[in-house]
Ligand binder design. Structure first.
Ligand code: OSB
Ligand code: MG
Length: 371
């Protein structure tokens, strides 16, 4: 297989509710899609998970476009007819970092390859179930009342697990109120996106009585030792997101006692092949994993839902229904059925890309030169 055409589609979709985290507020899903066409006429689509600003991680959209065009795509083109998804990581390995840029390219190649082979992502990755329980990530709100009303809505829709974004000043109280209001059976967890330091250990220990499933990424992403020390103090299990960018990181973090749960986000780790390796490392160590998200459209969510169907994904993920994010999605909407999302079964991503909606949401199209 060989790349015959490659283009970046910049898209902007308004979010139904602004999404506030400890690092910023998003009003739109602002990103680019990669559309690849092979010499045999198969299409591959993928969505870049990076954000406009380097606040979640050091990657950002404009940088991802540049590294793709100038450093990653030329290395794939050098493979010529030998291009296949499993060769992508090695071909791109000389370029340090940039997992989200690598992820979007590898995913587009894998989508085209799977469409040509008439195989779904789920089948390829090793899905063992045909539906996955859906959780929802709830942003920081202006008031506790507003938070309670959102959580109440999500639970009425059937979400199986609630994740509250926290930061200093928005932690104990929202957790206490949500736990008291919705009861002990609610699966509840929190995500700090690196907003604390080890000096906050005693403060974070005050979350222990609320029986959270986990606390996600309380400390800086490069602070594995701090997370290990914190895990000694907390009864709440520590889960890592930002810190884990490879299967090696996962093995290291587990060995150090820095986490007892892992949020697997394919984009953060460079793609689905590495994401599956993290799953395998975690399963081998008895560590539960769940699938994270980056407010993806259906194009990015479809393969995440497929990944979440692997056997080690034993906790509900941040794979929510389309209407949690957008009024109109770029694929037929993902909908909750009894609190679950169906694993797509069609070839590749397994869902149709609604090209007229993509067209409508496109703000710019950049063709990547192939010479
Ligand atoms: O830390 O998991 C995170 C969104 C953007 C950046 C980081 C994170 C998130 C989410 C949203 O929590 C998850 C989703 O619903 O896609
Ligand atoms: Mg997170």
């Amino acid at each position: 297989m060989r790349i015959a055409h490659l283009e970046l589609r910049w898209v902007k979709l308004p979010l139904v509710t602004p999404f506030r985290t400890s690092f910023g507020t998003a009003h739109d899903r602002d990103t680019f899609l990669l559309r690849l066409v092979t010499d045999e006429g198969f299409e591959g689509w993928a969505e870049c998970a990076a954000e406009p600003e380097p606040l979640y991680s050091e990657e950002f959209l404009a940088g991802a476009e540049m590294v793709l065009r100038d450093h990653l795509v030329p290395r794939l083109l050098a493979l010529g007819d030998a291009l296949s998804a499993t060769r992508v990581p090695t071909a791109l390995a000389p370029v340090k970092g940039h997992p989200m840029a690598k992820h979007v390219l590898e995913t587009a190649v894998l989508d085209a390859e799977l469409r040509a082979a008439d195989m779904s992502f789920g089948r390829y990755l090793g899905a063992v179930v045909d539906r996955v329980p859906a959780g929802v990530s709830v942003g920081i709100m202006d008031t506790i009342d507003e938070l309670v009303s959102h959580v109440s809505d999500y639970l009425a829709q059937g979400y199986r697990r609630i994740k509250l974004k926290i930061e200093p000043g928005w932690d104990l109280e929202p957790v206490r109120v949500v736990r008291e209001k919705f009861g002990d059976d609610l699966l509840l967890q929190v995500d700090a996106n690196t907003a604390y330091t080890l000096a906050d250990a005693q403060h974070l220990a005050r979350l222990d009585p609320f029986d959270l499933l986990l606390i996600e990424q309380p400390l800086a992403e490069d602070d594995l030792r701090g997370h290990a020390a914190l895990a000694e103090v907390l009864r709440t299990p520590v889960c890592l997101d930002e810190s884990i960018t490879s299967a090696r990181d996962a093995a290291t973090a587990i060995a150090l006692g820095a986490c007892s749960v892992i949020n697997v986000k394919p984009a953060r780790v460079g793609g689905y092949l590495e994401a599956r390796r993290i799953h395998d490392v975690a399963v081998a160590n008895g560590v539960p994993v769940w699938c994270g998200g980056m407010l993806e459209t259906g194009i990015g969510r479809a393969p995440n839902v497929a990944l979440a169907a692997l056997p080690g994904f034993v906790m509900p993920g941040d794979t929510s229904a389309s209407d949690r994010y957008f009024t109109t999605d770029l694929t037929p909407p993902f909908v909750l059925d009894d609190g679950h999302l169906a694993v797509p079964t069609g070839p590749g991503l397994g869902v149709e890309v609604l090209t007229d909606v993509v067209e409508e949401m496109t703000t710019a199209t950049h063709t990547i030169p192939l010479t």
